[in-house]
Design a protein around this ligand. Structure first.
Ligand SMILES: Nc1nc2c([nH]c(=O)n2[C@@H]2O[C@H](COP(=O)(O)OP(=O)(O)OP(=O)(O)O)[C@@H](O)[C@H]2O)c(=O)[nH]1
Length: 155
C-alpha cells in the first residue's frame, strides 16, 4: 500500500517478530553440514518459496518458545536448545518483519509435513528454488562461516 494511503512510510511500520529455526546437521567432530529448508504452503504469501521453518511470535512468547511451538505445529518435531544467531528486519509489501534466526542442532521426533509443505536438506549452493528474499542473507552468512565462494542459490 502506498504511503499516501497508509500515512506511514514503509520504514515506520512496526515489525512483526518472527522466530526462525535453522536446523543444522553436525558430524561427530561438531562440524556443521546440511541445513533444512521448507517450502511455504499453498494459501500463504510467497507460497512455494523456500525458507527456514518458523513463524510469528504470539503474545507473551519468547523467540525460543515461539520456535518450539511453530516447529512442533509445522514439522511435528520437538527441538532442544535454540541458539540465537542473527537478526534481520525485512520490508515486504505485505509486512515488515524482524526475523530472529536461531540455530538448532538437537531435535526429537519424525518429521511430518503438517501443512503440506515440502522439506529439503541442503548445502551451498542451495538446489531448491525459488528461495524467499529473507532467506538469501542467511545463505550469505553460511557462505561466510563456511568459506564458500560462488553463488549461494539459483536466481
Ligand atoms: N518462517 C519464515 N518466515 C520468513 C523467513 N524469511 C522471511 O522473510 N519470512 C517472513 O516472515 C513472516 C513469517 O510469517 P509466516 O506466515 O511464516 O508465519 P506464521 O506461520 O505465524 O503465519 P500465519 O499468520 O499464517 O499463522 C512472513 O512474512 C515471511 O515472508 C524465513 O526464513 N522463515
Amino acid at each position: 500500500m502506498s504511503e499516501s494511503l497508509t500515512g506511514m512510510a514503509p520504514t515506520d511500520r512496526v515489525p512483526v517478530e518472527v522466530a526462525v529455526g535453522v536446523l543444522v546437521e553436525r558430524d561427530a567432530q561438531g562440524r556443521e553440514g546440511r541445513f533444512l529448508l521448507t517450502s511455504r504452503p499453498e494459501g500463504k504469501v510467497y507460497a512455494g518459496y523456500w525458507e527456514f521453518p518458523g513463524g510469528k511470535l504470539e503474545a507473551g512468547e519468547t523467540v525460543e518458545q515461539a520456535l518450539r511451538r511453530e516447529l512442533q505445529e509445522e514439522l511435528g518435531i520437538t527441538i532442544g536448545a535454540a541458539h540465537p544467531w542473527q537478526e534481520l528486519v525485512m520490508d515486504y509489501p505485505h509486512a515488515r518483519v524482524r526475523l530472529h534466526f536461531c540455530k538448532v542442532f538437537d531435535w526429537q521426533g519424525e518429521f511430518q509435513m503438517r501443512e503440506q509443505q515440502t522439506m529439503a536438506w541442503q548445502a551451498l549452493p542451495v538446489e531448491v528454488r525459488p528461495v524467499l528474499p529473507g532467506t538469501i542473507p542467511v545463505l550469505d552468512w553460511f557462505a561466510y562461516e563456511r568459506s564458500h565462494t560462488g553463488p549461494t542459490h539459483q536466481a
